[in-house]
Design a protein around this ligand. Structure first.
Ligand code: PMP
Length: 417
C-alpha cells in the first residue's frame, strides 16, 4: 500500500532524476533505488560534463604555465573555488583550501595546527558519535604530543549530551572537533552553541561538515566555528575532492602541512618561504578536474536550492518513518524530533544481521549501507555491532521509500519474523 498521494511535492524529484544518468539503470533485474547517499552521492550530467569538458578542452597544469591552456586551467580551477565558497557563504576565497576530502581536511588541521599548538596536558574535546576521520587523527596527535582526548556522550535518542559540557570545557581545552551531522544516525548537532561555549574558554573549533554540506543550507561563517571540513563526493561532486575552510588569521599562523611545488614562494637548499593562502596548503599538482567538477556541483545544488533539498529529504524521512513504524521488529536509531535529523535512517530488523538485510535488498536493486559506518565507538555505545542505513538525497522519491519498505517486508518473511 502506498500513501504517496498524501505527500506534498517539495522538489520534482522525477525531473531531477533525469539529470543523473546512473539512476537510469536496472540492478539485478530491478530499477535501481539508490539509498546510500551518506556514503557517496551520484553525479548530475552537469558535473560529468564539466569533468569531460575540462579534460577535452583546458587540461594543463595550473599556476605555472604562460601558455593558453595553463591560463585557462588556472582560471577554471580558481573560478571553481569561488563557486564553492559562494555556496557556503565564504567571502574570502583564500580561506578555502582544496583537499582530497573531509578526512584530509581534518588531518591538515591536526598535523599543522595541532602539532604547533598542542602540548602534554592540553585537551581535545570530541564526541562518541564521531566518524573515524574525526577520531583517528586526534588519537595519533595525542600520542605524539601527550595531549588528552575527552568525549561528549550521547543521550537515549543518540543526541549529543551537553549536560556536562561546562565541566568538559576548561582552560586545558585547546580544540573542540565535532561532527555537524552524524553519518551513522543523521543527528544534527547544535554546533553553533558548542562553538560559542568552546570559544568562551579560548578553544579553537573544528566542524566536520561531511554530512551537513550536502544536506543543510550551511552558511559557514554563521556556524561560529574556526575550521569547517567537507567532502565533494557527498555533494554531487567527484571523489578525491573536498575542502577545508579556516579563519585567515589561524591559517596564516599555521605551518605548512605538505611540502612541495606550488606551496612555496622561494626555495633555498636548506630552507624555503611559503606562498600566501590558499596555495600554502596545496602542495603539488592539485585535482584540477575535481575542483572544476566540484564547482559545477556547487552551482547545481545552489540552482536547486539547499532549503528545498532539505525540505524534500525531510518529507521523505517523515514518509519513510511512518511506513517503517508498521514493521514491529524494526528499531530506528536517532532523535525522534525530525527537526533534529537529516535524511538518514539507521535501523535494525529484529536480530537479522544488517549485512544480510543489505544483500537481500541488493538482490532487488535497492542500495543501502550495512555496517559500523566508520563509527565503531558509536556502535559500541549504542550496544549494537552494526546497523542498516538508508539515506536520502534530492533525487530520491516516495516510490523509493515504498520499494525499501516492501523489501524489508520480504526480508521479514524470509527470516520468519
Ligand atoms: N566525516 C563524516 C561524518 C563522514 O560521513 C565522512 C565520510 N563517510 C567523512 C568524515 C570522511 O569524508 P571523506 O570521504 O571526504 O574523506
Amino acid at each position: 500500500m502506498s500513501l504517496i498521494a498524501e505527500i506534498p511535492a517539495v522538489l520534482d524529484a522525477e525531473l531531477i532524476r533525469a539529470d543523473f544518468p546512473i539512476l537510469q539503470q536496472e540492478v539485478n533485474g530491478h530499477p535501481l533505488v539508490y539509498l546510500d547517499n551518506a556514503a557517496s552521492t551520484q553525479k548530475p550530467r552537469a558535473v560529468l560534463d564539466a569533468l569531460a569538458a575540462y579534460y577535452e578542452h583546458d587540461n594543463a597544469n595550473v599556476h605555472r604555465g604562460v601558455h593558453t591552456l595553463s591560463v585557462r586551467a588556472t582560471e577554471a580551477f580558481e573560478l571553481a573555488r569561488g563557486k564553492v565558497a559562494a555556496l557556503f557563504g565564504i567571502a574570502d576565497t583564500a580561506e578555502l583550501i582544496w583537499t582530497r576530502g573531509a578526512t584530509e581536511a581534518i588531518n591538515l588541521v591536526a598535523w599543522s595546527w595541532g602539532l604547533a599548538n598542542l602540548r602534554a596536558g592540553d585537551e581535545v574535546l570530541l564526541s562518541v558519535m564521531e566518524h573515524h576521520s574525526n577520531l583517528v587523527p586526534w588519537q595519533l596527535l595525542a600520542q605524539r604530543t601527550g595531549a588528552k582526548l575527552r568525549f561528549l556522550d550521547i543521550d537515549d535518542q543518540q543526541r549529543l549530551d551537553l549536560s556536562n559540557l561546562d565541566e568538559l570545557l576548561t582552560e586545558r581545552t585547546k580544540l573542540v572537533s565535532i561532527v555537524h551531522v552524524s553519518n551513522a544516525l543523521g543527528t544534527i548537532n547544535p554546533v553553533r552553541e558548542i562553538a560559542a561555549r568552546a570559544h568562551a574558554v579560548g578553544a579553537v573549533v573544528l566542524v566536520d561538515g561531511a554530512q551537513s554540506a550536502p544536506h543543510l543550507p550551511v552558511d559557514v561563517p554563521s556556524l561560529g566555528c574556526d575550521f569547517y571540513a567537507f567532502s565533494g563526493h557527498k555533494m554531487c561532486g567527484p571523489t578525491g575532492m573536498g575542502g577545508l575552510w579556516g579563519r585567515r588569521a589561524l591559517l596564516e599562523a599555521m605551518p605548512p602541512f605538505h611540502g612541495g611545488g606550488d606551496m612555496i614562494e622561494w626555495v633555498e637548499l636548506e630552507h624555503s618561504t611559503y606562498a600566501p593562502l590558499p596555495n600554502r596548503f596545496e602542495a603539488g599538482t592539485p585535482h584540477i578536474a575535481g575542483a572544476v567538477a566540484l564547482g559545477a556541483a556547487a552551482e547545481y545544488l545552489a540552482g536547486i536550492g539547499r532549503d528545498a533539498i532539505l525540505a524534500h529529504e525531510r518529507t521523505l524521512l517523515a514518509y519513510a518513518l511512518e511506513r517503517m513504524s508498521g514493521i514491529p521488529e524494526l528499531t530506528v536509531f536517532g532523535p525522534r524530533d525530525p527537526a533534529e535529523r537529516s535524511g538518514v535512517i539507521s535501523f535494525t530488523l529484529g536480530d537479522v544481521h544488517p549485512h544480510d538485510l543489505g544483500t537481500i535488498l541488493d538482490a532487488e536493486g535497492i542500495a543501502i549501507r550495512a555496517g559500523h559506518h566508520c563509527a565503531q565507538p558509536l556502535m559500541r555505545r549504542m550496544g549494537v555491532g552494526s546497523t542498516a542505513r538508508a539515506s536520502f538525497y534530492l533525487y530520491n522519491t516516495p516510490q523509493d521509500v515504498d520499494r525499501l519498505v516492501e523489501g524489508l517486508g520480504r526480508a521479514r518473511k524470509l527470516f520468519g519474523l
